[in-house]
Write a protein that binds this ligand. Structure first.
Ligand SMILES: [Zn+2]
Ligand SMILES: [Zn+2]
Length: 132
């Protein structure tokens, strides 16, 4: 069994997952784009029972009829989404994971809403760091 750790940006919220990754998905749906302000959202899905908050206070906001977004009450980093339709799952924000670079997404979902340029990001000029 594997153990995964993660945290928010201010490190107040820390979590741990003991168990198996169910799936890693890039979600291109309009709701995720809006609630995260990003072109698409990557989630790592675990069994709900495997997920444990170790420290920090989460706040939550209902984002649709079903879904709720849970985020650090101090810094606002999103930690996971919940949805009663998938109550046995924990839909965790991939970027909060330690060692995120050691895992790869498995699938794209809601690709019907994918922004056209997402496929082409490697053709853009790239810089090793930010530019002024
Ligand atoms: Zn925080
Ligand atoms: Zn989505």
């Amino acid at each position: 069994m594997s153990t995964f750790k993660g945290s928010c940006n201010c490190e107040a919220v820390k979590y741990q997952v003991s168990g198996k990754v169910q799936k890693i998905v890039n979600c291109h749906c309009d709701l995720c784009r809006k609630i995260n302000g990003s072109a698409f959202s990557t989630y790592i899905i675990f069994l709900d029972n495997d997920f444990e908050i170790l420290s920090g206070e989460l706040k939550s906001h209902s984002v649709s009829e079903n879904a709720t977004k849970h985020f650090c009450g101090k810094c606002g980093t999103p930690i996971f989404n919940s949805d009663p339709k998938f109550s046995e799952l924990k839909i965790v924000y991939f970027g909060t994971l330690a060692l995120a670079n050691e895992l790869r997404p498995d699938i794209n979902i809601y690709s019907e809403s994918e922004l056209e340029w997402v496929n082409n990001i490697n053709s853009l000029p790239s810089f090793k760091q930010g530019i002024k």
